[in-house]
Design a protein around this ligand. Structure first.
Ligand code: UN1
Length: 510
């Protein structure tokens, strides 16, 4: 079996989406810069010139100028731009979804799902543009009025990861735009082409929107650490939303804190599910398979730990091992494939290392190792690892399709195991027992930002706030009131009387 090359389709899509050839040909002619490759075949699709730190500062300067104008455009009108973006995304869904598949390696249905997630957040943000509500607050002083109002904050930096190369941008950008903030985006070095495609789609929406949209409202930085640092350290960027590893967050967080900028950090997850005695095991099996193997285990919400009650362990785990042994691995463009490639060879090396460590900690490994495929793409067989206890690599996120399974006896023990890791992003319980479900969701239950019952930890909808606690970084993006992070809050007190009563009864007669 041969693998069709990815490059011709990717270039055709870029052309259809209107990405200027000069945007990705510079590096190709000089041989310098960043190469965009497809994990499906390992081939290089294009070489891109990198943005320099000086150019980054110029771009931020223009974005700040744009902010001074954009903040005065009424919010519902700003929402109109996001409405047009949603329309353009609908029109480009097939192309952009396939480009995500070609550049990030996820299966077609997940590539399309990612674009759908962008469309969903646009719809959400359009409504939000008329609902940036403040408060009226009771004041203790006669003839006074107190209110809380929300105002645009400034340039929003977005740093995104390869695994959701376009949706994570949209959670941030759609909110930032309606909140009055321009966006400067540094996508992962591994997925620059999808970023250029999104920028081209947005440019079409901007052109239709008209002159209320200032130049510099959106820019893409192509490059690695140096441009990321220039973005994170620039005092004209009051908010940075960064998605990636906890290690990256440990560097970005303190740098932002040092200059008192706001950070929305969406870092690692080490997500678990508890399978209780009453669980519907067929449903559990399907939910576990999707959340542990979907996107080849490369979601921050991927299920990585399964904590199974001893009474159902033998009914579930052998079935799961069968699913692991038979899941369709291969070309993510092909119908029926469920597990595509890992992003690169480093990911497989990390997976191999974690499996060795698991064996050393007494684990029994089913699956794992490289799946043979033509070409230079790196495909792994998903691994199910039975662990005698929660130890070794089970305590950390490895960005690969490894699911550790361990047993528990009572729910308190299961919740303690569940919460006994550094990360705190997403979590699930499978149970038909209402007391157990509610306990898991209660103050004394899961310590994660997302806690689910009878669905896996991945595949969140945009309507809820997305993010997690502890080493996941504490940020929230997407739905609910996540928008508040992109605005500054002002408390306003107005005296419409003729006297000057001071708060707390203080007297200061001159
Ligand atoms: C991520 O992996 O960075 O909940 C985001 C999910 C997706 C988003 C994942 N909606 O799995």
């Amino acid at each position: 079996m041969d693998l069709a090359p990815a490059r011709p389709d990717a270039l055709a899509i870029l052309e259809r989406l209107g990405v200027a050839h000069s945007a990705f040909a510079d590096g190709a002619t000089t041989g310098a810069g960043l190469s965009a490759r497809s994990p499906i075949t390992g081939e290089t699709i294009a070489a891109l010139a990198e943005t320099t730190p000086d150019e980054t500062r110029e771009i931020i300067g223009r974005a700040h100028e744009a902010f001074l104008r954009w903040r005065e455009v009424p919010a519902p009108r700003r929402g109109e731009l996001v409405r047009l973006l949603g329309e353009e995304l609908r029109a480009a869904k097939e192309d952009l979804g396939l480009l995500v598949t070609l550049e990030a390696g996820k299966i077609v249905s997940e590539g399309l799902g990612e674009v759908q997630e962008m469309i969903d957040i646009c719809d959400f943000a359009v409504g939000l543009s008329r609902q940036l509500y403040g408060l009226t607050i009771a004041t203790e002083r006669r003839h006074h009025r107190m209110a809380e109002t929300w105002h645009p904050l400034g340039v929003c930096g977005v740093i995104s990861a390869f695994n959701f190369p376009v949706a994570v941008w949209s959670w941030n950008a759609a909110l930032a735009f309606v909140c009055g903030d321009p966006v400067v985006w540094k996508p992962s070095e591994k997925t620059p082409l999808t970023a250029l495609a999104v920028d081209a789609i947005l440019k079409r929406a901007i052109a239709r929107f008209g002159e209320d949209a200032p130049e510099g409202l959106h820019s893409v930085l192509i490059g690695g650490r140096a441009v990321g640092e220039a973005l994170v350290d620039d005092p004209r960027v009051p908010i940075v939303s960064a998605t990636g590893s906890t290690r990256m967050g440990r560097e970005v967080g303190p740098r932002l804190a040092k200059r008192f900028a706001r950070a929305i950090l969406e870092l690692g997850g080490n997500n678990a599910a508890i399978v209780a005695p009453s669980a519907d095991l067929d449903l559990t099996l399907r939910a576990v398979a999707f959340s542990a193997m979907g996107t080849a285990g490369q979601r921050c919400t991927t299920l990585r730990r399964l904590i199974v009650h001893e009474s159902v362990y033998d009914a579930l785990v052998p079935k799961l091992a069968k699913v692991y042994a038979s899941v369709a691995i291969g070309d993510p463009r092909k119908d029926g494939t469920l597990v595509g490639p890992l992003v690169d060879a480093d990911a497989l090396a990390m997976m191999d290392r974690a499996l060795e460590e698991a064996k050393a900690a007494g684990g029994t490994v089913h699956g794992g190792g490289r799946a043979p495929m033509p070409g230079e793409g790196v495909y792994a067989r998903p691994a199910l690892v039975e662990m005698p206890s929660q130890a070794g690599p089970m305590l950390h996120e490895t960005f690969a399709p490894i699911l550790y399974v361990t047993r528990y006896r009572d729910l308190d023990e299961a919740i303690a195991l569940h919460n006994g890791v550094g990360a705190g992003l997403s979590s699930s319980i499978f149970t038909l027992d209402m007391r157990e479900a509610e306990r898991f969701l209660s103050d004394a239950g899961s310590d994660c930002g997302i806690a689910n019952v009878n669905i896996g930890p991945s595949g969140a909808e945009i309507g809820g706030a997305f993010g997690g606690e502890k080493e996941t970084g504490g940020g929230r993006e997407a739905g609910s009131d996540a928008w508040k992070a992109y605005m500054r809050r002002a408390t306003n007190t107005v005296n419409f009387g003729t006297t000057l009563p001071l708060a707390q009864g203080v007297k200061f007669d001159i």
